[in-house]
Design a protein around this ligand. Structure first.
Ligand code: SF4
Length: 179
């Protein structure tokens, strides 16, 4: 059971735009996402935060379902032109900083957690995968889609807001934990 005190501390202490708690049986895992990763994403096979490094679809699903509960939240960032990928991606580190702080607070409260964030890890200019270990395993956040989670499905199910304006980027993260 999440205490109101803990919830208030998380919400008041971080620049979160929207959030929900859920149980992991509400998550939808999709084979199709893995196909899209493999056939359309340039990061496939080039990052520890993405497949195949994160494991098979079954392994990822099992890892997620090893937790009973989840916390999904969004942050937003205003850009001049949302079609400018470089400008849009430049707003991600701030979201990741928030995600790490929240992850660490959940870990303090609940023990082991799994934090998943948006898009591939971009901490290093060039990922060490597969030739050397990850340089920042404590900071690296696997991509939500790498674990085959359909983020739009869970966000819609929970009635979360996606659209905040024409040039506003909405970033999502998920923290899985055991209550
Ligand atoms: S921290 Fe660096 S080595 Fe680790 S996944 Fe991210 S980019 Fe790759």
């Amino acid at each position: 059971m999440i205490s109101a005190e803990f919830e208030n501390e998380i919400i008041a202490g971080h620049p979160i735009t929207d959030y929900r708690f859920f149980t992991t049986d509400q998550l939808c895992f999709s084979d199709n996402i893995r196909t899209i990763c493999r056939t359309e994403c340039p990061m496939y096979g080039h990052s520890y935060s993405c497949p195949p490094a994160v494991g098979t679809k079954e392994e990822c699903e099992e890892r997620c379902l090893g937790f009973s509960s989840g916390f999904i939240f969004s942050t937003i960032a205003e850009v001049n032109d949302i079609a400018n990928l470089e400008e849009t991606l430049a707003t991600k580190p701030e979201h990741e900083d928030v995600t790490r702080l929240i992850r660490d607070r959940f870990a303090q409260e609940f023990g082991e957690v799994l934090a998943l964030s948006a898009d591939a890890c971009s901490i290093c200019d060039e990922c060490a995968y597969p030739d050397a270990p990850c340089r920042h395993p404590d900071r690296m956040l696997p991509c939500i889609e790498s674990h085959t989670i359909v983020v739009t499905d869970i966000a819609e199910k929970l009635g979360m807001e996606f659209f905040y304006g024409a040039n506003v980027v909405t970033w999502f993260s998920i923290i899985l934990f055991n209550e």
